[in-house]
Design a protein around this ligand. Structure first.
Ligand SMILES: [Zn+2]
Length: 98
């Protein structure tokens, strides 16, 4: 019975168990309701921390990372824009006729 950390992260997010208190560049305060407790996940000066017993980058931290955007604008790979769903146009047309 192995649960991958990716699956755990996905479940935390799907269940709405990740709560961001506040965030700023290089600083995040979040609460994650895990299976064994409620954890205070923090990002301080770019360093992540979680008080849970896991020594690695735990699912709590990864869940918060997944819903927050680190300062990667300088990479400039241009994937931020043009992310609108093209499939939405049909809805829009129907709204116009109605
Ligand atoms: Zn943790």
């Amino acid at each position: 019975m192995t649960t991958t950390i990716e699956a755990k992260v996905a479940r935390l997010l799907a269940d709405g168990r990740v709560f961001i208190r506040w965030s700023a560049p290089e600083h995040i305060s979040a609460v994650v309701r895990g299976d064994s407790g409620i954890w205070d996940v923090r990002l301080d000066n770019g360093r992540w921390s979680c008080p849970c017993p896991a020594r690695v980058t735990c699912s709590h931290m990864q869940a918060v990372m997944a819903v927050t955007v680190p300062d990667r604008a300088s990479l400039g790979n241009g994937i931020d824009q043009d992310h609108d769903r093209p499939g939405n146009r049909t809805d829009h047309d129907q709204a116009v006729t109605a």
